[in-house]
Design a protein around this ligand. Structure first.
Ligand code: 5AD
Ligand code: SF4
Length: 435
């Protein structure tokens, strides 16, 4: 009988896609997946280290699963911690969690079948320049697919642990990216998202990010193309022009600004000023007036004064993002910001975060309300939570719920928006679906 594995993932889209790659590696060696951790032979948790909260959650789950599996009659499952927390803490996790068997970092997933079969408690956390080309990921989100174009990051924003746990930046070969994209498009995937910690610095020989984007757009003419994450300092006009001229690249841009204060941006080592950030936003909106914008913001970075924080509010109000991911600053050991003075007390970080959330909630609701009565093209993604409802996504990533429809997942349908509830919308189909 083949071994079964249960996999659970925390964190960003990169981790989510890494879990699809891990599944691909395991299934090519005869493993089969199960949704039930109690019956699995191997339990894998793919962890995120970007904020303390994410790390605490995954380690809590690890203790819980380890504890509950101890007295099972069918034998103890092998417990594997993958992802960024594995990379960050390595061997020391084996001492801390006696139920943990393997600690495997993001560059070592190809070793998983061997490590599992050897069944020796150990950690594998080398940095390797290779990527996962040649592995067939087990895709979980049809008709939406992710394609990694680069791994790692060398920007060293002073708050961020990613460069320490994901290693040096390395781009995949453009040929490998294009053949993966072509196969996905032929397989009916309606949405393809290119992934990288800093996609704008993609480079393979003469192929820079804008050129790759153009090649991807023409390799997948029937799919819509998205990409994350962009860094404002590296976003140039060329990328914007490619977006504007290729019909199937989504008019959607996620551009983190982190803080509206130049003093804080400098101490974050972000490499741009608020003015330069706004100039990028201007470039996007001048070229594509209907573009949907989202961002990431950190509240309570060390040394952030009321005045600095006000500048973040001002920027949020000035740009009026369609959506924003708002975080309170979290110390990550080993990062430069850990040694910065004047840390903002926890209650103040939380109060500032709440303030930003309030402001953004209002803007999100206002902007969603503007869509009432408009017709948008959505990609049908599958059933929604309630019976007899289907869900789809707009080009700008908004969720739209349809009642009593039975469209094939992967088809594109024009819908009229009838109700908006924050980021979730309700709509009625109008016209025939396209494929
Ligand atoms: N504290 C809070 N937020 C952080 N992020 C990254 N590191 C930290 C940290 N130490 C946020 C940034 C980034 C997003 C993925 O997570 O806003 O863009
Ligand atoms: Fe972290 Fe900055 Fe790299 Fe993004 S660009 S992963 S925030 S170091």
């Amino acid at each position: 009988m083949s071994m079964t594995y249960y996999i659970n993932v925390y964190g960003c889209q990169m981790n989510f896609h890494d879990s699809e790659i891990i599944s691909g590696i395991l299934e090519s060696e005869g493993f089969s997946s199960t949704e039930d951790p109690e019956s699995a032979d191997v339990i894998l948790l793919v962890s995120c280290a970007v904020r303390e909260h994410a790390e605490t959650r995954v380690l809590g789950r690890l203790s819980h699963l380890g504890g509950s599996s101890r007295d099972r009659e069918s034998g103890k499952p092998l417990m594997v911690l993958c992802g960024c927390v594995a990379q960050e803490h390595g061997d020391s996790l084996l001492e801390r969690f006696r139920d943990l068997d393997l600690v495997v970092g993001p560059d070592c997933y190809r070793d998983l079948p061997r490590l599992i079969s050897e069944s020796v408690r150990m950690s594998a956390v080398d940095f390797r320049e290779g990527d996962y080309t040649g592995i067939e990921p087990v895709r979980m989100e049809f008709p939406r697919a992710f394609v990694t174009i680069m791994r790692g990051c060398e920007n060293f924003c002073s708050y961020c642990i990613v460069p320490y746990v994901r290693g040096r930046e390395h781009s995949r070969k453009s040929d490998a990216v294009i053949s993966e994209v072509t196969a996905l498009s032929e397989g009916g995937y309606g949405e393809i998202t290119l992934l990288g910690q800093n996609v704008n610095s993609y480079h393979d020989g003469d192929t820079s990010f804008p050129l790759l984007l153009r090649k991807v757009a023409s390799a997948a003419p029937c799919s819509r193309i998205k990409f994350v994450t962009s860094h404002p300092k590296d976003l140039g006009m060329e990328t914007v022009e490619v977006m504007a001229s290729e019909q199937n690249i989504c008019r959607y841009f996620h551009l983190p600004f982190q803080s509206g204060s130049d003093v804080i941006l400098k101490r974050m080592n972000r490499g741009y000023t608020a003015g330069e950030y706004l100039q990028r936003i201007g470039m996007l909106r001048d070229t594509m007036p209907d573009i949907v914008l989202s961002t990431d913001v950190i509240a309570g970075f060390p040394g952030e004064s009321e005045e600095d924080f006000q500048k973040t509010i001002d920027l949020l109000e000035e740009v009026r993002f369609d959506n924003a991911f708002l975080f309170k600053y979290s110390e990550r050991s080993g990062t430069a910001a850990c040694s910065f003075e004047n840390s903002v007390p926890e209650e103040k970080r939380l109060a500032r975060l709440n303030r930003l959330q309030q402001i953004q909630r209002r803007i999100t609701v206002e902007k969603s309300g503007e869509l009432l009565g408009r017709t948008l093209r959505i990609l049908i993604t599958g059933p929604a939570k309630k019976p007899r409802q289907q869900a789809g996504r707009t080009e700008g990533n908004r969720m739209v719920i349809l009642e009593e429809t039975a469209f094939t997942p992967g088809s594109f349908v024009n819908v009229k928006i009838t109700k908006a509830d924050g980021w979730t919308h309700f709509g009625e189909p109008c016209g025939n679906p396209e494929n």
